[in-house]
Write a protein that binds this ligand. Structure first.
Ligand SMILES: Cc1ncc(CO)c(N)n1
Length: 224
């Protein structure tokens, strides 16, 4: 099987995730600022656990090749993606230390611990099945927003977010990881018990992504 089989197996959830209102409002710049801020603070906390999950991928790897695959992602998360979130929040007077102290919302706890458990109780390919909706999904969203005519760049307060996820750097990085994931999946039959387990993990993570957007959107109208 290939990662596209996982997407095909949960088309409906994938569509709801990648076309979510949160994403569309972000692209037009109409998203409530409090929604975005809540999302970004929670995503900062999410990404900390996400780094832990990629570190776990090194631990779970059997070959040097698999170990080397995970390392650049650990680096990119710490120095590029998390750095973006910190820089964006700084314009609002929120420091990295403030972000570290932010309480984790329920959706953040659920999603991050689900991913870590998939890795701890399972093997490397199970872990990557829980991680794949994050990387492959955001790359798909970034690409889509960069090409759709309704996306507003000029004066959009979320322009740096749009640039980050549509950037060649992010796109190439994810494509590289996805090709490696495909290699791990190649020996697994879609209809085997393992194949069905991976679909289950991928679907749950995709549902968690939908809940993560919704968690941000639910803050609309809250006081700054
Ligand atoms: C919730 C979530 N999923 C995926 C990504 C992409 O890394 C992110 N930053 N946050």
């Amino acid at each position: 099987m290939q990662y596209q089989d996982l997407i095909d197996a949960c088309q409906q959830e994938w569509h709801t995730y990648t076309e979510h209102d949160f994403v569309q409002q972000l692209a037009t710049g109409t998203l409530d600022k409090q929604s975005f801020l809540h999302y970004l603070k929670q995503d900062f906390l999410f990404l900390k656990h996400y780094v832990r999950a990629y570190a776990l991928a090194i631990y779970k790897a059997n070959s040097l090749e698999d170990m080397r695959q995970a390392l650049p992602t650990v680096h990119a998360l710490l120095n590029s993606e998390i750095a973006h979130h910190v820089a964006w929040c700084e314009q609002w007077g929120i420091s990295e230390q403030d972000m570290e102290q932010e309480p984790e919302d329920f959706g953040t706890v659920a999603y991050t611990r689900f991913v870590l458990d998939a890795g701890m109780s399972g093997d490397l390919v199970s872990l990557y099945s829980a991680l794949a909706p994050c990387s492959i999904g955001y790359a798909a969203i970034g690409r889509q927003l960069a090409h759709q005519s309704t996306t507003v760049w000029e004066g959009n307060p979320y322009q740096t977010w749009l640039k980050l996820y549509s950037s060649d750097d992010f796109q190439t990085h994810v494509a590289h990881g996805a090709a490696h994931f495909n290699k791990l999946l190649a020996d697994i039959d879609l209809n085997s018990q393992k194949g069905q387990q991976l679909i289950d993990t991928f679907r749950t993570a995709t549902r968690m992504e939908i809940a993560f957007w919704q968690q941000g959107l639910n803050q609309s109208g809250a006081q700054l």
